[in-house]
Design a binder for this molecule. Structure first.
Ligand code: PLP
Length: 409
């Protein structure tokens, strides 16, 4: 029996590699089921999910409230297009706008589409409101950014693997050093419509800017009449222990970009949220999406907002994150070069002389933990926020065993 299922595992990996393009390099595990923070593979082995779909699964696999909302809507109505109104879209727009404290929202599907939407809105605002000369609008972004995979977005990536080979690139972006307010200030001129940034760089390896950067950026944007556009697709919606990473500095950006966990790990659902003086520049026909704001996704989105409104996930992420940090902290200088933690979100820089990030993830896989390396020797930990204290302790003991095993070898 075990042998038979081992064959299935290998077989599914083989046909994936044979028939699907190689744009990922997955760990050799084939998943079949998920519940809460745990997943099961086709051989019946269980794993603690330490990635949570890059934080799309903040509420865990199969959260009962989200599954119930999805089932109810699935049987009623799934797609209308925005040519017509629907009840879930109406309620979601109100729920999300009120929850984030903005006048209005614009729903899309993937995160990249929401980033593209924020770019379009910023440029349009620049021409219609700020008075930037035609075709001159510039947007300041940060080095080490990750905002998605469209041709425009990779045009301003500083990651050559993500960017290389896709020229010609979209003009109109200037790259500042992340976390350095003077670098941003230097790039602002009368053509600048927005600063697009991640309050914490997730794909960059959970890079947290120095305290004060986000507040200074807010002041600078206000003083220079530039939109502050916060990509909270990965950092937002309870991951950091607050609703938004910007909350740590009591900052409200002009545009929030949301995605990932907004769809509850069930559907792609993204949105931007802004006040009417900004999002009001969008007029009928000037932007849209066939699936954006569909009843199925937005019904789930409203259930997500209801979970966030309780504050339980924010509180839980903060508490579990403290536990994770204090458990891993002793490894710094003893196998870990650096550790960055904000809420239940950690970036671990493994001593590259011990192993690279991929080897670390393979060693974790062997211990029943699923994680993903980012750059070189950095791994990111972002388990579903429904994880238990025992789950967090399992992460700590497993990583400690692996690192101490290599360190002493
Ligand atoms: C994942 C991510 C995106 C892109 O979202 P997709 O849904 O993959 O298009 C954009 N910005 C940030 C910060 C992200 O983490």
């Amino acid at each position: 029996m075990t042998d038979h299922r081992g064959d299935l595992d290998r077989h599914l990996i083989e046909i994936t590699e044979r028939y699907a393009a190689h744009n990922y390099h997955p760990l050799p595990v084939v998943l079949r089921e998920g519940q809460g923070a745990w997943v099961t593979d086709v051989e019946g082995r269980r794993y603690l999910d330490c990635l949570a779909g890059y934080s799309a699964l903040n509420f865990g696999h199969g959260h009962p409230d989200l599954i119930a909302a999805a089932h109810a809507q699935l049987d009623r109505l799934t797609l209308t297009s925005r040519a017509f109104y629907s009840e879930p879209m109406a309620l979601f727009a109100k729920d999300l706008a009120e929850f984030v404290g903005k006048d209005m929202v614009l729903p899309m599907n993937s995160g990249a589409e929401a980033v593209e939407t924020a770019i379009k809105v910023s440029r349009r605002w620049g021409y219609d409101v700020k008075g930037v000369p035609e075709e001159q609008a510039s947007i300041i972004v940060m080095d080490g950014n990750f905002h998605g995979r469209t041709t425009t977005i990779v045009s301003f990536s500083t990651d050559e693997v993500a960017r290389g080979g896709y020229a010609p690139y979209t003009p109109g972006f200037r790259i500042a050093k992340y976390g350095t307010i003077a670098a941003v200030e230097e790039l602002i001129d009368e053509t600048t419509v927005a600063v697009l940034f991640e309050p914490i760089q997730g794909e960059g390896g959970v890079v947290i800017p120095e305290e004060g950067f986000v507040r200074d950026l807010r002041e600078l944007c206000t003083a220079r009449n530039v939109l502050m556009v916060a990509d909270e697709i990965q950092s937002g919606l309870a991951r950091t222990g607050r609703t938004f990473a910007c909350d740590f500095e009591d900052v409200v950006p002009d545009i929030y970009i949301l995605g990932k966990a907004l769809g509850g790990g069930i559907v792609p659902l993204s949105a931007i949220a802004a006040d009417e003086d900004v999002l009001g520049v969008i007029t009928p026909g000037s932007h849209g999406s066939t699936f954006g704001g569909n009843p199925f996704a937005t019904a789930i989105g409203s259930a997500v907002v209801a979970l966030l409104r309780t504050g339980e996930f924010q509180e839980r992420a903060a508490r579990l994150g403290e536990r994770l940090e204090s458990g891993l902290r002793p490894l710094v200088g003893r196998g870990l070069v650096a550790l960055r933690v904000r809420g239940l979100w950690a970036g671990l820089d493994i001593d590259p002389t011990l192993m690279d990030g991929r080897e670390m993830c393979e060693a974790m896989l062997a211990k029943g933990l699923l994680a993903k390396d980012t750059h070189g020797s950095t791994i990111r930990l972002a388990p579903p926020i429904v994880a238990t204290e025992d789950d967090i302790d399992l992460i700590i003991t497993s990583i400690t065993d692996i690192i101490e095993g290599r360190h002493n070898a």
